[in-house]
Design a protein around this ligand. Structure first.
Ligand code: SR1
Ligand code: MG
Length: 431
């Protein structure tokens, strides 16, 4: 079916129209319990783009996600192709063989309504909400580190013949409206005068004007923007922040891969890592008389370390065991005398991913404070002065990561710098 015909049959779903749609899907109907009149439906979406319904029947429940033809957070004045749902579904299909336990089960995809019927994750909550509440999830950093390692390794040239990757590259390259959002909102808007930007004002006004004249910082960000567009290393999720992970203490699931395309692995790593750091800087804003959140901040930093180390170990192990691609072809490195050079090349590649993680992570921290879509970790701090204080710490760290990358050889270097950056704001922004 052509895109035009698809759009002609597209309609925005609601609690009244959903039962008829689901009742026609035998396996979904059976899962819910056969009586549509018993189904309870509520819309729970709180993201920037889509409708999300929870449908509960007598025997079970499902989640239905529909892409709206515009940005939900802005309304119809910002049109946005709903075809992102197709790319999201294609991403799940592509990575499921490697990470099936870490994504929701997909029951059905409707290519005309751009809607996905999937496993309802319960009692899971969005990781970001758990971190704001100060809850500990001791599995999630490992799970997401392993997730990125597996999803990215197996879709890269290290694991597969290049023909396979280029076919995927061609398919996902058409996800341009979402790639455009990232290019504009992450790598451009915060550094220019854009209508979409906002920040805590007047507290951050001075920082914002200095940042927009900070040529070394802007050059570093633009360098990562170029990397984002030009380094097609693997099929990436494209928006893997702490709002794209659902958790219980024992289970983690990665959701919302609609920004997917073939891009740099460090972009996914940086999304998760940068959002952990944002949460760290937000913690004083969530402290109470009973809980200063200092121990919790230490836990967050441990998770950042576990996340990176798990990714590193897992990616290298996968490379060791599954080097079936056209990059570093195994046939070239079959003799024992090749081992040292091969290991050193592998280490150098993973080191480059570490540097990319820090740079992309820093870009993401800045955009979440000065750009269009902010994060609830900081937004829910009611006192503007307290919020600005937390935001200044995060901006200072992001600035250091982008302008002094050579200070950060290891994840320990980053962990040591995080608390220091809170105190260095004056030095960085008012020198
Ligand atoms: C217009 S969409 C704004 C943001 O929401 C998503 O979470 C992405 O990060 C996007 O940049
Ligand atoms: Mg999302």
């Amino acid at each position: 079916m052509t895109n035009e015909k698809r759009l002609a049959t597209y309609r925005i779903l609601d609690a009244q129209s959903l039962p008829a749609l689901l009742a026609d899907l035998a396996h979904v109907r059976a899962l819910l319990g056969n009586r549509p009149e018993d189904w309870q439906i509520r819309e729970v979406g709180d993201g920037n783009l889509n409708l999300v319904f929870i449908v509960e029947g007598r025997d079970g429940s499902v989640c239905v996600k529909q892409a709206l033809p515009y940005v939900r957070a802005a309304g119809p004045s910002w049109p946005m192709s709903p075809k992102r749902a197709y790319f999201e579904n294609s991403y799940y299909t592509a990575v499921a063989p490697f990470v099936s336990a870490l994504i929701p089960k997909i029951h059905h995809f409707d290519a005309e309504l751009y809607c996905t019927v999937m496993e309802r994750l319960s009692p899971h909550i969005i990781l970001r909400q758990g971190l704001i509440a100060g809850r500990r999830y001791n599995k999630v950093a490992r799970d997401v580190g392993e997730y990125i390692a597996r999803a990215c390794f197996f879709t890269s040239d290290l694991a597969r013949p290049f023909e396979h990757k280029l076919a995927g590259f061609a398919l996902f390259a058409a996800n341009t409206p979402l790639i455009r959002i990232t290019v504009d909102l992450v790598f451009t808007d915060p550094y220019v005068d854009s209508m979409r930007n906002r920040h805590t004002s007047p507290q951050l006004d001075e920082i914002v004007s200095r940042l927009r004249c900070d040529a070394p910082l802007k050059a570093a960000v633009a360098g990562f923007g170029q990397k984002f567009l030009s380094e097609s290393q693997a099929l990436i999720h494209g928006d893997l922040h702490t709002g794209s992970v659902m958790v219980t203490e024992n289970d983690s699931r990665v959701i919302d891969p609609e920004f997917t395309f073939y891009g740099p692995i460090g972009f996914d790593l940086g999304a998760f890592f940068g959002n952990l750091l944002l949460n760290w800087y937000s913690q004083p804003g969530h402290a109470t008389a009973d809980n200063d959140r200092v121990a919790y901040q230490e836990w967050i930093l441990q998770q950042a370390k576990i996340f990176w180390e798990t990714f590193r170990t897992c990616f290298l192990a996968l490379w060791d065991e599954n080097a079936k691609g056209d990059a570093f072809p195994a046939v070239m490195f079959s003799s024992p005398s090749d081992t040292v050079a091969l290991q050193s090349a592998r280490s150098a590649f993973v080191d480059s991913l570490f540097a990319d993680m820090l740079g992309f992570g820093a870009c993401k921290m800045i955009r979440r404070i000065l750009g269009f879509a902010h994060v609830s970790d900081l937004e829910c701090i009611q006192d503007a002065a307290a919020r600005a204080d937390c935001e200044t710490g995060a901006l200072t760290m992001a600035h250091l990561l982008l302008t002094s990358p050579k200070q950060f050889h290891s994840v320990e270097d980053v962990i040591e710098a995080v608390p220091r950056a809170r105190l260095q704001a004056h030095h960085v922004y008012y020198r």
